[in-house]
Ligand binder design. Structure first.
Ligand SMILES: *Cc1c(COP(=O)(O)O)cnc(C)c1O
Length: 459
């Protein structure tokens, strides 16, 4: 016999008993949640029917779930420090403070405080960028994809861009160099072969139709074996002899010598500028450790042309990110203290011994929060830099290795970890869940958060 739905209380009666919910979530959202809860009961006709208290509890769960921000902080224990899907770089405190202040108050975004006249948005970063890289001039746009797009469009619309076949990259998220060129109105002229490109290939391809030569950092792969590429300086010589500009897209780009922090050296932006590239582009939220942004540095008249391009208005940055970028770049004026102040660098430079100590200390505490059948131990692993920076380089690290009772237990555990107040994201590897601790800086909060694990969902 199915339950008698007439026994269900009305929305109005439930509202009368839901004062705390109305206080927390508002009358409109509470009414809607109660309606949906009642509808669900009518659709499924459970027997016995839930009473008023159970209905309010169900509506509470519904409201609390809906109130959780989609962008709430999570623990990135994937082992990828600059994880594009998890928001890339963590900002320095100085950048967070600057962004917060700019959000709360009016700032001199396009206002010259010396003269009282209209100022320029780029002026806040130009001096710092030129000082840190040796470039003549600089501008900044929404991200590096935008930087490449507007630079290509400005230098080469209706003309040709010469690029090595080995550098026609796809970065992911539908950023494919040939597509970006097409959208920029530039005709692609591929030179060389997948594995080898020589100076004569470029020389033979430059014609009166050429708008620019493009060099692209092969960020997320390496071609190994029988290979040849033309160096940035050789290409700059070719470009200047042929009187066409050279655009060098560095991708991640770095302002400091990474070997100082135990990483493989990458060409710095300063080196790319000194080699003679006319324009250099790179990201704000990769190795640089700032918010999402794309920098374009180089020759004054080319930067001026980019700033005149109507696309610039569509790709510009708001005051919040400009404030964060300015504060981030300022940290680079004191390289000795950079690793203490810039979280990205601090995480990349963390010594394995420190992570191992952390893993051994946390393993028993974490094991104690897991349901029966799961075990946690400390295990050596390798972290990645991410975002296409130094693609082949991995960093020695340590993880909590969580083994499950078999079946789909680990997938269920992963789902339960994602459902925590502060979600935890790790990676499955060789039949275990690895939580790489390189990016874990709040041990106590991490363990406390695990106390909320839904054991019922894992039974
Ligand atoms: C990452 C990357 C881009 C895109 O930069 P975003 O900041 O993600 O827009 C462009 N070119 C190269 C070589 C890259 O590595």
């Amino acid at each position: 016999m199915s339950a008698d739905l007439r026994a269900l209380p009305s929305v109005d009666r439930l509202l009368g008993e839901a004062a705390p919910l109305i206080e927390a979530h508002g009358r409109v959202a509470t009414t809607q949640a109660l309606r949906h809860t009642l509808q669900e009961v009518r659709d499924h006709r459970p027997d016995p029917l839930p009473d008023g208290a159970a209905l309010i509890a169900a509506a509470t769960a519904r409201l609390e779930k809906a109130a959780r921000p989609g962008l709430r902080p999570l623990f990135n224990l994937t082992g990828t420090v600059l994880h594009t899907n998890l928001g890339r770089a963590l900002l320095a405190e100085a950048a967070i403070e600057a962004a917060t202040a700019a959000m709360r108050d009016a700032v001199a975004l396009e206002f010259d405080l010396d003269t009282g006249r209209r100022g320029e948005r780029d002026s806040h970063l130009r001096g710092l960028l030129c000082e840190l890289t040796g470039a003549e001039d600089a501008t900044v746009v929404n991200n590096n994809a935008a930087a490449v797009l507007i630079a290509l469009n400005t230098l080469g619309a209706g003309r040709e861009a010469v690029v090595s076949r080995g550098e026609l990259i796809e970065i992911g998220g539908a950023f494919r160099m040939p597509d970006i060129m097409a959208r920029a109105g530039v005709r692609l002229v591929e030179v060389g072969t997948t594995n080898r490109t020589h100076p004569r290939d470029y020389l033979g391809a430059v014609t009166p139709e050429t708008g620019l030569i493009l060099k692209v950092h092969t960020s997320n792969y390496r071609i190994e074996g029988f290979t040849a590429e033309v160096s940035g300086s050789a290409l700059a010589k070719i470009a200047s002899d042929k009187k066409v500009p050279l655009l060098n897209d560095l991708g991640s780009g770095t302002l400091v010598d990474l070997s100082r922090y135990g990483l493989s050296p990458e060409p710095t932006v300063r080196e790319a500028v000194a080699e003679g590239a006319d324009l250099v582009t790179f990201s704000g939220d990769k190795l640089l450790g700032g918010p999402q942004a794309g920098f374009i540095l180089g020759r004054r008249e080319l930067i001026a042309a980019i700033n005149r391009n109507p696309m610039k208005r569509a790709l510009r940055l708001d005051k919040i990110r400009l404030a964060a970028l300015e504060a981030t770049l300022r940290l680079y004026r004191d390289p000795d203290r950079l690793a203490e102040r810039l979280p990205t660098l601090a995480l990349l430079a963390r010594p394995q011994a420190a992570i191992e100590e952390q893993a051994r200390r946390l393993a028993p505490l974490v094991a104690a929060t897991l349901p029966a059948g799961f075990a946690a131990s400390a295990e050596e692993c390798r972290s990645q830099i991410g975002s296409g920076a130094l693609p082949l380089e991995t960093l020695p690290s340590f993880a909590l290795r969580i083994a499950g009772p078999g079946g789909h237990a680990l997938e269920a555990l992963q789902a339960a970890l994602r459902d925590l107040p502060r979600p935890v994201v790790g990676r499955l590897q060789e039949g275990a869940l690895l939580l790489d601790l390189r990016c874990l800086t709040e041990d106590a909060a991490f363990v406390e958060n695990l106390a909320a694990l839904d054991h019922a969902a894992l039974a």
